[in-house]
Design a binder for this molecule. Structure first.
Ligand code: ATP
Ligand code: MG
Length: 402
């Protein structure tokens, strides 16, 4: 016998009262999306639980893929048998043999189907004895076993489960609304997107592109990052906004020192307009307090002034090294470090205001009219649809990420 199922448990979601059905349906859809490449696997839902029927797919590969789906708290391998003692004996033996390196074990049997003639108290020693007789170098430890084999006798058959693997946690993407992420080609914003998705938020992305100062390669890099993110959840729509003319106008018509602050206010306005059009109720950025001139408290306050949308900044209190750790784990780091030009790094004033004054910024900005320029940029945007199913994603062990 082999592991033929993966058992999926969801924690936090179960607390959500009336929404529970909606959350479960979304999780089912997301697991199906993530397992797209495993053609034979089938996902099914029972009360309060979910199973993947492997149908011959590799249990370990499927386990790794499931561990990346938000909304899952823990997972186990399982073998499904009929309610039959001989089959159960064979199943516990196969399960323990899969747990290589285990020196101690415990059997915990539970009989939900009372018509099954053997009680749980009788099953534990019966199945445990079978393992002891057939496996060398293993003993029972009921307090701190290396492996606990759970045996559950249900009406529809029995499950022998092994191992307790950690899931990605969070909530199923698509269950709590949508946010518009401002996605650059840097290290930070993809991680901000990933952490926003962790709380069940679907994301769309806006990217500001300044040809000919920024190249097609720089744009492609952002699309590649979106592709990497889309593996974890849903398809992602990326809005690529031409930003050159606005930048040139700021550079030409406004004082140098306030250029960076005003450029970021323009970005925020455009992000808000697209969010409104697309039904996103928040904006996400990769800002981290104090990291660069535009991310001082004064800058963030002045830039934020142009929108009353909630701005989600998952990285605001994180150090760069913590952000890099996540980037390496989720596979965005290698893309982010490809050399590229960002629109924010061209037209950078020699001495940008690190502590812009809010009222002064507003006064300076009003000396030029950007209404038409903003509309033009919005209208000229290119929309690219990214589908994570097409990504060839290596699966890593995520259990120590959070
Ligand atoms: P990142 O690594 O995400 O680029 P950063 O540390 O380089 O961040 P900045 O360049 O100051 O910081 O950008 C701050 C935030 O502004 C980014 O995290 C991102 O959300 C947004 N942003 C910057 N450049 C762009 C761009 N070209 N298009 C869309 N959003 C951008
Ligand atoms: Mg950047």
């Amino acid at each position: 016998m082999q592991f033929d199922h993966i058992l999926i448990r969801f924690g936090e979601m179960a607390l959500k009262g009336k929404n529970r059905k909606h959350f479960e349906r979304q999780l089912l859809e997301n697991v199906q999306y993530r397992l797209h490449g495993f053609k034979k696997a089938v996902v099914k839902k029972t009360r309060g639980r979910m199973y993947v029927l492997l149908n011959g797919e590799d249990p370990h590969q499927v386990m790794k893929a499931c561990q990346q789906v938000f909304g899952i708290y823990s997972l186990s391998f399982a073998i499904h048998t009929e309610n039959d003692v001989e089959q159960l004996k064979e199943a516990v033996l196969s399960a323990i043999r899969e747990e290589k390196g285990a020196r101690t074990f415990k059997i915990s049997a539970k009989r939900a189907d009372k018509s099954f003639p053997v009680s749980s108290d009788e099953l534990n020693p019966m199945l445990g004895g079978h393992i002891l007789r057939n496996v060398d170098g293993i003993s029972v430890d009921v307090h701190q076993p290396d492996v606990e084999l759970k045996v559950e006798i249900r009406h529809e058959g029995a499950y022998v489960t092994a191992g307790d693997y950690r899931g990605a946690g969070g909530l199923p993407i698509g269950s709590t609304g949508k946010s518009m992420i401002m996605l650059s080609g840097g290290i930070d914003s993809p991680i901000a997107g990933y952490l926003t998705m962790k709380r069940g938020v679907e994301i769309e992305a806006v990217h500001f592109h300044s040809p000919p100062y920024t190249s097609e390669r720089a744009k492609q890099k952002v699309l590649d990052l979106a592709q990497e993110l889309s593996v974890y959840g849903k398809r992602i729509k990326v809005h690529v906004v031409p930003f050159t003319e606005i930048q040139q106008k700021i550079y030409r018509e406004l004082p140098d020192s306030y250029g960076m602050t005003i450029m970021r206010r323009m970005m925020m306005r455009i992000a808000e307009s697209i969010a409104k059009e697309e039904g996103a109720l928040a904006i996400t950025t990769g800002e981290s307090l104090g990291q660069v001139a535009s991310q001082t408290m004064e800058s963030m306050n002045t830039i934020n002034e142009v929108t009353n949308y909630p701005v989600i900044r998952p990285l605001v209190t994180m150090d760069k090294l913590e952000i890099i750790d996540i980037a390496k784990k989720i596979g965005t780091y290698d893309i982010s470090i490809r050399p590229y030009e960002d629109c924010c790094t061209i037209f950078v004033p020699k001495e940008p205001k690190t502590k812009p004054d809010r009222d002064k910024t507003i006064a300076i900005e009003q000396s030029a009219d950007f209404t038409e320029d903003l509309e033009k940029a919005l209208g000229a945007r290119e929309v690219v649809h990214i589908d994570g199913k097409e990504a060839s994603k290596q699966t890593e062990d995520f259990s120590d990420l959070f």
